[in-house]
Design a binder for this molecule. Structure first.
Ligand SMILES: NC(=O)c1ccc[n+]([C@@H]2O[C@H](COP(=O)([O-])OP(=O)(O)OC[C@H]3O[C@@H](n4cnc5c(N)ncnc54)[C@H](OP(=O)(O)O)[C@@H]3O)[C@@H](O)[C@H]2O)c1
Length: 429
């Protein structure tokens, strides 16, 4: 074995603690695989005096960014701290200083990934970010290496473990959204402020990264249509199951001529689709390439240890290529001409749950709205009825139609006199 690669680690929390532990306790094995010694040189944290779950020499810790970013001895910056700034600037400074970087930061990679990759290519260093999407599941390396020969046609994923856990508890135990979120927080699957997960923001960041890598275009998180799981009620799971579906938060992207679709929203997924069977905090990504056909990747999408597996895996891969003096992975060239399809033009099927007055003429009025919007009904079933207020619940599913027409039908039905409320609207996957 020749040489040493010095690592500067930013962050020593859930993920950083596990990364440091692996480097400190599994050194010989990692070095044998990398072909060089991997040395944890310095660790940047906010508070060096804080009690840590892992044992680490106090002299390794610093709260001064320059101790890592301006130390020429550090070859690789591993960022596992999170948030947009200052981490974006730290990565940029490291790249400009000729350091390779590895990051688990989905926010930075989703918002600024293409620019950082371009800068890295100009500086002849590499950016690795396997851990930014799907925790321990090898996604980026799969796209970057194993699926390189393909034109990727579509990627559909259950990519947020928190919402999948919450939806699962609502489906199985009949919990309300609030109760299921409380349970997820108690079990450590949801943050104290779960907005990023429940609102679909986290899934949109991950889809922006996956879409950018899959198609080599710049997919921005704010170009992705996003809806969270807030509007779903326990009864929707019962109706969905009766119709042969599960409800999942789906991140979906698909190629069209000159454009791509990119959207995150809850959807009814046929029970025999692999994504319908993803349970608990697990993640799954379903990829379709023109040569390979369909590929399903499943695993732990979060957690300190699975995420550290991806980070340290990147480090070994990078160390090997540094040792050989080559960039082992292809760099990206992003095609700026391809744009994202506006959601209104996306063609999809829909499910509506509608509370109506239980009297004649209602079905005709609803049918009329769909007909005028050019939306063809696939099924219309009267579900529960309530004698005390003379109302009933209708469930309508449609054939594929432009999303704008489905939305207009929703608004027009809500305005009909015998309609009390369009209580739920979900796309059917
Ligand atoms: N946790 C997961 O399951 C998971 C999965 C995939 C990806 N990720 C990503 O991994 C990253 C880290 O997540 P985490 O769960 O490990 O976070 P965490 O437990 O909150 O740890 C964050 C660490 O970063 C340090 N830090 C934060 N801001 C800093 C700053 N401005 N300067 C210096 N140090 C700073 C903190 O220092 P102190 O300890 O002194 O406070 C802490 O050690 C995030 O980008 C996250 O999205 C996490």
């Amino acid at each position: 074995m020749t040489g040493t690669i010095n690592v500067g680690l930013v962050g020593l929390g859930t993920v950083g603690g596990q990364v440091a532990e692996r480097l400190l306790t599994w050194g010989p094995q990692l070095s044998r695989r990398a072909g060089v010694e991997l040395c944890l040189q310095r660790v940047l944290v906010r508070d060096p005096k804080k009690r840590r779950a892992i044992e680490i020499a106090p002299e390794l810790l610093t709260s001064e960014p320059a101790d890592l970013l301006e130390d020429p001895a550090i070859d690789v910056l591993v960022e596992v701290a999170g948030g947009d700034e200052p981490m974006r600037s730290y990565l940029e400074r490291a790249i400009n200083a000729g350091k390779h970087v590895i990051t688990a930061n989905k926010m930075v990679m989703a918002k600024h990934g293409p620019e950082l990759l371009d800068l890295a290519a100009a500086r002849n260093v590499d950016v690795y970010f396997e851990a930014a999407v799907g925790g321990g599941i090898p996604l980026i390396s799969t796209f970057r290496t194993d699926l390189q020969a393909n034109r990727i046609e579509r990627v559909s994923a259950v990519i947020n473990g928190t919402t999948n856990y919450v939806l699962g508890r609502m489906a199985v135990a009949g919990l309300s959204l609030g109760e299921a979120v409380g349970e997820a927080q108690a079990a450590g699957y949801a943050e104290a402020d779960p907005t990023d997960d429940i609102g679909g923001f986290d899934a949109a960041y991950k889809l922006a990264i996956l879409g950018s890598i899959a198609y080599e275009i710049k997919v921005r998180p704010d170009e992705i249509y996003r809806e969270g799981i807030e509007g779903i009620e326990p009864v929707d799971f019962r109706y969905a199951r009766e119709l042969g579906y599960a409800i999942k938060l789906i991140a979906h992207t698909q190629r069209h001529p000159g454009r791509v679709e990119a959207r995150v929203h809850p959807a009814m997924v046929p029970l025999d689709h692999p994504l319908a069977r993803v349970e608990g905090a697990e993640n799954a990504v379903f990829v379709e390439g023109d040569l390979v056909g369909q590929v399903l990747l499943v695993g732990q999408g979060a957690g300190g240890r699975p995420t550290a597996s991806a980070v340290v895996g990147d480090l070994i891969d990078l160390a090997r290529s540094i040792r050989r003096g080559v960039q082992s992975r292809p760099s990206f060239s992003f095609d700026d001409r391809i744009t994202v399809v506006p959601m209104g033009e996306v063609v999809t099927r829909a499910y509506y749950r509608i509370r109506v007055d239980d009297r004649t003429g209602v079905l005709a009025a609803i049918g009329h709205v769909f007909a005028e919007e050019g939306v063809s009904i696939s099924s219309l079933i009267q579900k529960d009825a309530w004698s005390q207020d003379q109302t009933a619940e209708l469930v309508v599913t449609t054939h594929p139609a432009p999303d704008a027409s489905l939305q207009r039908a929703r608004e027009r039905m809500a305005a009909l006199e015998p309609v009390r409320a369009v209580s739920a609207f979900l796309r059917v996957f």
